[in-house]
Design a protein around this ligand. Structure first.
Ligand code: HEM
Length: 515
């Protein structure tokens, strides 16, 4: 049994004529990560750089054979052109043990995923973002008022905590219509549950490792879950109560719960002609929505289904946005010239707006978009993408030495995003924070299939525009009021946390100097 499950799998790629590196029985390529010797980001980069001049190679995550795809053209083929062969993400736990996880958009498979994506997509169009903008703008202004209320010319701030609270309040108000004010009430229940849901520690970390080793039927017997019962019950109750109150009192609010309720009633325009689809933001250009939106989903959308989506929006949107924002604050503190240029754009934008920024005005800010886009290149929280081969697929030979490769159904594929983002072939001088890569002149020279902060193809992050908007809005308000500066406690250059699967730094303490 040991041989079959822990030794034999490690020659899977060799036996198929695919290049593979040294792999340790049971642990594959992951032992350094397990021993805390490298961060997940370093691990992905090390694996990416293992073989030069190849389009793909084999590796092992513990005992699971994984095909690593390096070539942008092949990535495009897998994520877009031949998507029908690679529809699913990995599910991690058996379908029945944790329905809040397995019924969410990220985990749903095949036809069910397509229907759910079609059901949810209308809630994330440019037009819907415009209506959510007011909620985001109000929450941002509230955060700035809080800081101004401290009445200090120089404020020292933990940006990690600050942006996690901001991101949480935005999800609470735009998702559920709940005003939680996480700065004033730091221990509010929504914040506690949201941060607990998103953390990969304790039991969840154990599940993560165990799922690599144990077969599904044992995971089922052990009733292994991703979300704690406490978190699942909290979100289910919140969704149930919100829906009931809205129906009883006919409340209409431009948030996600409302949009999902409308979609359930069939009140969405399923012909998604979205005038903002080509909004020019580089990071969201990949919004190649498939033809999913033309028909109403057939599946019955229950309150529990809505709750599962609400929970993945919390998990998918909380930490990712907080990571982007704290690394952007770090870059702006270190690169005062970039910060100054961005502030000039903000001041120019404000001219004629009587201090009231609009969705359209934020949308038109080119330099803001360049700074956020470059921050996402340097610090992509989705370090690697995964796809499961759902229908046998053949990669024809292209380079010298390659043979035809048949990918079996069920094979796990890995796209090492951070490796591509730091590959000098696609981004010259990759260690440099340089927003000019994405200016009008240069952005067309970039290989778009090598820039993947939100993934690519029909499975692209559904919240990408939402995340960009919420980040731009808060920086707009911070920079028009304050200057972000390094302080004695700042850690420059930033030290990356080793024992975390999430891209993170050790210390995000910076100063805010009143302008
Ligand atoms: C900077 C912020 C964010 C980053 C970097 C990010 C990144 C990603 C990535 C890399 C994926 C996988 C895409 C793929 O497999 O091709 C993904 C999927 C997803 N994200 Fe995000 N995300 C962010 C914000 C958000 C927000 C704000 C939400 C919700 C409000 C969200 C909800 C989701 C969902 C539901 C999926 C699964 C989509 C599907 O499988 O159809 N994300 N995200």
């Amino acid at each position: 049994l040991f041989y079959r499950s822990c030794v034999k799998p490690h020659s899977y790629w060799k036996n198929r004529g695919v290049l593979q590196g040294k792999s340790v029985w049971m642990f594959g390529e992951n032992w350094k990560l397990l021993l805390g010797q490298e961060s997940f980001a370093e691990s992905v980069q090390r694996i990416y750089n293992k073989f030069a001049n190849v389009r793909y190679f084999g590796t092992y995550q513990f005992n699971t054979p994984v095909l690593v795809i390096k070539d942008p053209e092949l990535i495009k083929q897998i994520t877009i052109k031949d998507f029908e062969h690679f529809v699913d993400h990995r599910m991690w736990v058996p379908e029945t043990t944790d329905e809040m996880w397995t019924h969410n958009l990220f985990s749903l498979k095949g036809e069910e995923w397509k229907e759910m994506r079609a059901f949810l997509s209308p809630a994330f169009t440019g037009r819907k973002m415009r209506s959510m903008f007011t909620l985001m703008n109000d929450a941002s202004k509230h955060f700035i008022q809080y800081l101004e209320g401290k009445n200090e010319t120089m404020l020292e701030l933990d940006f990690k905590d600050f942006f996690t609270r901001y991101s949480c309040d935005i999800i609470a108000t735009t998702g559920f219509g709940v005003e939680v004010d996480s700065l004033k009430y730091p221990n509010n229940e929504f914040f506690r549950m949201a941060t607990e849901a998103g953390k990969l520690t304790g039991i969840k970390m154990a599940v993560f490792f165990v799922s690599f080793f144990l077969p599904n039927f044992i995971l089922k017997m052990l009733n292994v879950k991703i979300f704690s019962t406490r978190v699942s019950q909290f979100v289910t109750k919140l969704v149930d109560e919100t829906i009931r109150t809205r129906e009883e009192k006919n409340i209409v609010r431009p948030d996600m719960i409302h949009l999902m309720m409308e979609a359930r009633k069939g009140k969405h325009e399923y012909d998604l002609v979205d005038e903002d689809d080509n909004d020019g933001a580089f990071a969201s250009l990949k919004n190649s929505s498939p033809n999913l939106n033309q028909k109403m989903p057939k599946m019955e959308i229950t309150n529990n289904m809505i709750a599962a989506q609400a929970l993945i929006f919390i998990v998918g949107g909380l930490e990712t946005v907080a990571v982007l924002a704290r690394f952007m604050a770090y870059e702006l503190a270190v690169h005062q010239d970039i910060q100054e240029k961005l502030r000039n754009e903000i001041n120019e934008t404000l001219e004629g707006l009587e201090n009231n920024v609009t969705y359209e005005a934020i949308h038109k800010m080119k330099y803001m978009d360049m700074v956020v886009t470059e921050t996402l290149r340097r610090w992509p929280s989705g370090l690697a993408l995964e796809r499961i081969c759902t229908k046998e697929y053949t990669i024809p030979p292209k380079k010298a030495g390659e043979k035809e490769l048949l990918i079996e159904e069920g094979t796990l594929l890995w796209i090492p995003v951070i490796g591509l983002h730091y590959d000098p072939e696609y981004f010259s001088n990759p260690e440099k924070m340089d927003p000019e890569r994405f200016n009008d002149e240069n952005k067309n020279k970039i290989n778009k299939d090598a820039y993947l902060p939100f993934g690519q193809g029909p499975r692209l992050c559904i919240g990408n525009r939402y995340a960009l908007l919420e980040t731009k809005v808060i920086f707009f308000h911070i920079l028009k009021t304050f200057k972000i500066v390094p302080v004695e406690k700042s850690s420059i250059p930033i030290k990356i946390v080793k024992n975390s699967f999430i891209l993170d730094g050790h210390n995000f303490k910076f100063g805010l100097k009143k302008l």
